[in-house]
Design a protein around this ligand. Sequence first.
Ligand code: OFO
Length: 169
Amino acid sequence: MISTKMITAINEQINKELFSEYLYISIQAWFADQNLDGMANWMSAQAQEEHFHAMKFFNYLIERGARVKLKAIEGPAVDFKTPLKAFQESLDHEKFISKSIDELMDLAIKEKDHATKSFLQWFIDEQVEEESSVDRIVNMLKMVGDHGHGIMMIDRELAQRTFVPENEA
Ligand code: OFO
């Protein structure tokens, strides 16, 4: 049986995932305003992925017979200054999410909740991939600096990203 403590912690995680979606569509809006449509596309795909993460936690609680209780979503930043700062903000946020998922896993281990441990493993693995893909973009942006041509090339690459939910991949 899933504990009240675990249910509360997962409900908080749903809020964090929905905030992630909100943050990434805010960055998407900023990129669209800068006419960097490829980067805006990348953020849109990232936001869809976060919605999928939130619903994965949401469905897990329902499956365990627990109550989903949604909370207010905090307002995200709206100004990101440069592409590098925008992606750096995403990387910092992903590190915060990884820490939060690690804490959920710590709680599941403490409570000997094997079902939740097994469920959370997918997110632990996913965060390694999430951090590494944003880190790669941050490094590319550092390399090109303010060079317009370099920014345009990265923008073109990021235009290719699409989001495919895991059961359709
Ligand atoms: Fe970007 O991470 Fe959700 O979990």
